[in-house]
Design a protein around this ligand. Structure first.
Ligand SMILES: NC(=O)c1ccc[n+]([C@@H]2O[C@H](COP(=O)([O-])OP(=O)(O)OC[C@H]3O[C@@H](n4cnc5c(N)ncnc54)[C@H](OP(=O)(O)O)[C@@H]3O)[C@@H](O)[C@H]2O)c1
Length: 247
């Protein structure tokens, strides 16, 4: 079975491509470097020829509100059009737990727009909603740093190891289309400000985290547990401590 992984050179994409190839699937890792660009459309038709499943794991190079919306809307429409022309039977995408609950965030609004395009397409789909990756903790700290201080919400989240996300994407890719959403997360519900402080301390990073209920997470305040998965979610076992030990 031919499978195209768009964003196949990224954090999750690389891991998924390796798993699919190991399982014997003809897998194409598509990205601008390999001549496939979902924004310009370059190489998309050729890449999708003969593909049964397309997995979209691309991310916007810019998280600025307008740029990220343009990225996910343009890519989403180009991919849907190319999939219909190629007769693709399953589109799999990775989005974020709680995106629809946090409309003040430009990044999360763009992910919701991406999902809307997927749902409106005639191609059967599965959308995996993941919580934040442990690998993204440094990015969260960076986005909230002023001088030596990191201003972060004490709101709850339930982060997950990227290896576990790749396992979930592997299952979704080889499974039947759900025409719906599957939620995944890590094992522990944690306060964002606390975990990022633990992460920085473990990395011997001198920055100090200030817990601030009004601090914005990519443009939005966290009122409570918007980023926490619901009762039906598949929770993976890797804890923050175990993930840190593997680094
Ligand atoms: N970070 C989190 O905590 C989190 C949580 C839940 C869901 N997600 C979602 O997970 C997905 C994957 O994230 P990630 O961290 O694995 O991404 P990543 O490491 O930043 O990789 C992004 C990938 O997108 C590719 N790409 C960029 N522009 C492209 C274009 N115009 N056409 C085709 N491919 C393009 C990149 O190719 P090059 O290598 O050539 O640049 C790269 O392969 C994202 O959609 C994100 O929203 C993230």
């Amino acid at each position: 079975m031919k499978i195209v992984v768009i964003g196949g050179t990224g954090l999750i994409g690389t891991k998924l491509v390796a798993k699919l190839r190991e399982a014997g699937h003809d897998t194409l890792a598509a990205s601008p470097d390999s001549g496939v660009n979902t924004i310009t459309g370059e190489g998309l038709e050729a890449a999708l020829a003969g593909a049964e499943v397309v997995v979209d794991l691309a991310n916007s190079p810019s998280f600025e509100d307008k740029a990220v919306m343009e990225f996910f809307e343009t890519a989403g429409k180009n991919i849907a059009k190319a999939e219909i022309a190629a007769g693709v039977r399953h589109h799999v995408a990775l989005s974020i737990v709680g995106a629809e609950r946090l409309v003040d965030s430009g990044y999360l609004r763009a992910k919701v727009a991406q999902e809307r395009i997927i749902k409106a397409s005639s191609v059967p789909y599965t959308i995996v909603h993941s919580t934040q990756f442990f690998e993204f903790l440094g990015g969260i700290a960076h986005s909230a740093t002023v001088g030596d201080t990191v201003h972060l919400s004490p709101g709850w989240f339930q982060p997950i190891a990227s290896d576990d996300v790749a396992t979930a994407m592997f299952k979704a890719t080889l499974g039947k289309p759900k025409n719906g959403i599957v939620e995944i997360g890590g094992p522990e519900r944690l306060r964002m400000s606390d975990l990022v402080q633990r992460f920085l301390t473990a990395k011997k990073d001198p920055r100090q985290v200030v817990a601030d209920t009004h601090a914005r997470y990519f443009g939005t305040e966290l009122k409570g547990d918007e980023l926490v998965p619901g009762p039906g979610a598949h929770l993976f076992a890797t804890t923050f401590e175990q993930w840190m030990q593997r680094q």
